[in-house]
Design a protein. Structure first.
Length: 176
C-alpha cells in the first residue's frame, strides 16, 4: 500500500491543524494506506533552526517525507501565510524532494480572508521543492474544528473527505 506522510506546521500543543491532519490520516489508514504524521513542533527546535539535517530526529523526518508516495502539507494560517515552523522544516528538504508525487496542501484559519493563502503562499514553496502534482488544497475554518473532541463539523468532514479522496485518486499515478 502507498505510504502517505503528513507534515504539520502548527506550533500549538492543541492544534486544530493537527486535528484535521489526524482526521485525514485516520480515513487513509481505514482505507489500508500506511500513514505517518510529522509534527514540526515535535522536532528539536535548535536542529530545525540550525538546519541540522544529519541529526537523528530531523534525518528520520526528512527520510519519511522523501520516501512517501504522497505528502500532505498542513499549516495554520497566521498573518496571511504558513507558519515559520513549517518553513524551517521545508527548508531542510533536498531540492526536488516533492517531485513525482501528489502533494496536498491543507490549511486552517480563523476567517475566510485567509482562504487564498494556500495558493499565494504555500503553493509556491511546494513548487520550489519540485512538487509537480500539487492538488487543489483545502482550507478549513477554525470554527469547524473541535480541538477538545478532536473532530470536525459534518460539513467540514464532508469537504475534507472529498479532498482526501482526491489524494487517493491521484495515488495510482505515482504508486503501484
Amino acid at each position: 500500500m502507498p505510504f502517505i506522510v503528513a507534515v504539520s506546521g502548527s506550533p500549538s500543543a492543541s492544534s486544530r491543524t493537527a486535528v484535521a491532519v489526524d482526521w485525514s490520516l485516520a480515513r487513509l489508514a481505514e482505507a489500508g494506506h500506511d500513514t505517518a504524521h510529522i509534527a514540526a513542533r515535535d522536532l528539536p527546535p535548535a536542529d530545525l533552526l540550525a538546519g541540522a539535517r544529519d541529526t537523528p530526529r530531523i534525518g528520520e523526518a526528512l527520510s519519511a517525507i522523501t520516501r512517501a508516495d504522497a505528502v500532505i502539507v498542513a499549516t495554520p494560517i497566521y498573518k496571511a501565510s504558513y507558519t515559520g515552523l513549517l518553513k524551517a522544516l521545508l527548508d531542510l528538504l533536498p531540492e526536488n524532494a516533492l517531485a513525482g508525487r501528489p502533494v496536498l496542501p491543507l490549511a486552517t484559519g480563523g476567517t475566510v480572508g485567509h482562504l487564498l493563502a494556500i495558493d499565494y503562499a504555500l503553493r509556491p514553496v511546494l513548487t520550489a521543492l519540485g512538487a509537480d502534482r500539487v492538488l487543489p488544497g483545502r482550507f478549513l475554518l477554525d470554527a469547524d474544528i473541535d480541538r477538545d473532541a478532536a473532530d470536525l463539523t459534518p460539513a467540514a468532514s464532508r469537504r475534507l473527505g472529498q479532498t482526501v479522496s482526491s489524494l487517493v485518486e491521484a495515488l495510482p499515478l505515482v504508486a503501484v
